[in-house]
Design a protein around this ligand. Sequence first.
Ligand code: NAP
Length: 490
Amino acid sequence: MHYAQHLEIQDKQLLKTLSYVNGQWLDSDKKVSVINPANGCEIAKVSNLGDHETAIAIKYAKAAWPIWSLKPAHERAQLLRAWFNLMMEHQDDLACLLTKEQGKPLNEAKGEIAYGASYIEWFAEEGKRVYGDIIPAPSDEKRLIVLKEPVGVVTAITPWNFPNAMIARKAAAALAAGCTFVVRPAIQTPLSALAMAELADRAGIPAGVFNVIVGDDAPSMGKVLTQHPEVAKFTFTGSTEIGKKLIAQCATTVKKVSMELGGDAPFIVFDDADVEAAVQGAIQSKYRNAGQTCVCTNRIYVQQNILQEFTDKYLLAVKELTIGNGMEEGVTIGPLISAEAVSKVDKLVKDSIDMGATLLVGGQVDKAGGNFYQPTVLSEVTNDMPIVQNEIFGPISPIIAFDSEEDAILMANDTEYGLAAYFYARDIGRVWRVAAKLAYGMIGINEGIISNAAAPFGGVKQSGNGREGSKYGLDDYLETKYLCMGGLTS
Ligand code: NAP
């Protein structure tokens, strides 16, 4: 059954197909198609810009910066608040666009809009609290003062898996801090970004402050965004592989950089855990967005003496998941983003089985065909298998047995990634020990969903640097300026 009221967006002006630069909608002769991953149909043709227009957008962002940065923080806050209000007023339409271009179930898409908007609300407030410091001076004739100032023009590249929230998390902090912003969204999902631009425009955010530039040549646009001398800071969300290249590009002009990269989240279930709660937490963390989130559970470790109980209950829960077009009511697993993603996931599953894993459920492209892959569970997986060592980005749960707490921690930390980890345990000593030893930026303890605007989101190791959200989230968009005032004795 369809969600009838969501088949079409109500406010047609939210379906934008031109880029948004300096408060104007920018067309081009070249177009690029936006395809619905659930059915392969074209949703829209979008203007396809390149490096030249990217440099123009940066120029306008630079021109807008002095006025924006000098605006009192409470005035910036009012504009951000207006943007937040409009996003929430249009939550249903924004979610509809998002599901159509990205595939996730409509309820999840609505959740993403509220989640993205919550960062705009959060930073509207937090921007008023950019405090400096006065430091006790080493001598009476001096005063030492620290000011926090916006860095300047910020550029960003964002991925397709959260087409709204990955932009909102960055733009909210940048704008609140007094920076101007140019984002290039992933080419699969530009419509959510352009709808955000339409609402920023309606909110009265001045021309040049928030710019969205769409084009299919990511490497050449990326070069401009990372190397342009007028850009002070570059922020990226995407894979570790591309993130490394972009960091190197930023080195040429020594830009401030923050990176939200890939993950390989372990989910550990100890024998003192509430098994029912662990099953629910694992399902939420693994199967949201069909397994295509950076904090998705990638591998499940279960203590040997509760392995059977956990696996039985987990399988029952996985069999309740409903695969289909995200616009249909009751669907909990949408399509993967592309045919390439399906092939990659399928190969990881087949290779695991060849290496000795046992297939408990799923394991193939769904009968619906296209980009739909069945929710899959594998047991008797070992830590050296590619499915454990790589980010799966699909609806696959590899289950690995362990004997001792030490073994679980060793295996969980045996990765180059360090974004999110989860564990379920009741013993308070164990909870503190394990939390201290897991080398991750974020840890869910008896929780499968951990991200919110009040909390610092980010990773360690090759999962990146910098934090989004929370009181720490503004730091990435601020410079520290030290004033030493001398000659103060009479
Ligand atoms: P990706 O291949 O790294 O792409 C991400 C973005 O980078 C897209 O906009 C892409 O553009 C662009 N891009 C690709 N090659 C580029 C190049 N040479 N120069 C400049 N830009 C380039 O990642 P993905 O597979 O789309 O996204 C999933 C990844 O993002 C996963 O690894 C996931 O863990 C990570 N992620 C991390 C977080 C976090 O907060 N840590 C959150 C969400 C996702 P095109 O789409 O046009 O190719």
